[in-house]
Design a protein around this ligand. Structure first.
Ligand SMILES: O=P(O)(O)OC[C@H]1O[C@H](O[C@H]2O[C@H](CO)[C@@H](O)[C@H](O)[C@H]2O)[C@H](O)[C@@H](O)[C@@H]1O
Length: 268
């Protein structure tokens, strides 16, 4: 990709399973080597670069917020400062353009903090053995460490969501409660592209069900805009590839992602 193409292309990256290998404890995993640095450099040279994850921005900021910028200054359009990928957390309910220093929450979602706090307490009480992840505006019930709890966890979350008017999101050995707000990774992609009509291409790197709307939003944009190129990169996982049918490119594992990013920048 030459320098000009890079400057007119957007890049979106999921975190877990894409920039980070899957492990037993969500608090103990981190990005694969070179991912934060490669993304910081990409943020300085591309038209747009963002991590779009189900994790809260506070978590993403610890992984990507403090990296020394590697690219050249490119903030004349008032977008994110050079060298800092935008961080979109909780499927787009939260976002930060300054590495996590300032976090913006969707106003419709903000009132659900108390509801989620209660859900975390009740899930912890009702589902001993499951790992309950308190994400502020979301409550994730993990059963990776006790797979036999999968059906009970799913049922509990479904019932809780019905009783409290919440949404359910499934992922790899996890089922979570979300506020009933119309927002997903596809909306993040659509908003970023709509704000940057000069872009002529977009890449989305993902591995899981929650990334499908991101893949679909890129494809929609390419269908509507003849000279827009969408590249959907699925990162393979032995647990299954829920994106394989939509992918333009497959990578074998998260540690292949920084290498591809660097090849794209080198060709620029
Ligand atoms: O949108 P993502 O960044 O891909 O987040 C999806 C979920 O990722 C995390 O859970 C997954 O990774 C854990 C650590 O490797 C693993 O233990 C778990 O089984 C996976 O489901 C995160 O903890 C969840 O909150 C996210 O929904």
């Amino acid at each position: 990709m030459n320098r000009e193409q890079l400057r007119r292309t957007a890049f979106f990256f999921d975190f877990d399973g894409t920039l980070s290998a899957i492990g037993p404890d969500p608090e103990k995993v981190g990005p694969v080597p070179d991912a934060p640095q490669a993304l910081a450099e990409l943020a300085g040279r591309s038209g747009y670069c963002a991590v779009v994850s189900a994790r809260p921005v506070s978590f993403l900021a610890r992984q990507f917020g403090g990296v020394e910028p590697g690219g050249e200054a490119d903030s004349d359009d008032g977008a994110a400062p050079s060298g800092v990928p935008e961080l979109h957390g909780l499927y787009g309910l939260e976002f930060s353009a300054d590495g996590g220093a300032t976090v913006h929450t969707l106003p419709e979602a903000a009132p659900y903090r108390e509801v989620m706090r209660e859900a975390v307490l009740e899930a912890t009480r009702d589902l001993p053995g499951a790992l309950i992840e308190d994400k502020g505006l979301s409550c994730a019930v993990h059963f990776r460490n006790s797979p036999d709890l999968g059906d009970a966890a799913d049922e509990w979350v479904e019932q809780y969501a019905r009783a409290h008017g919440l949404k359910v999101q499934r992922g790899r050995m996890v089922v979570e409660l979300k506020p009933p707000v119309q927002r997903d990774k596809g909306a993040v992609v659509r908003d970023a592209l709509a704000a940057r009509p000069e872009l002529v291409g977009g890449w989305f790197f993902g591995d899981d069900l929650g990334d499908r709307p991101g893949f679909e939003a890129l494809a929609e944009r390419a269908e509507r805009t003849p000279r827009f190129t969408a590249v959907r990169v699925a990162v393979a996982n032995a647990e299954g590839d829920p994106l394989g049918d939509l992918a333009d490119l497959m990578l074998g594992a998260p540690d292949e992602v920084p290498g591809l990013v660097r090849r794209l920048m080198r060709e620029g």
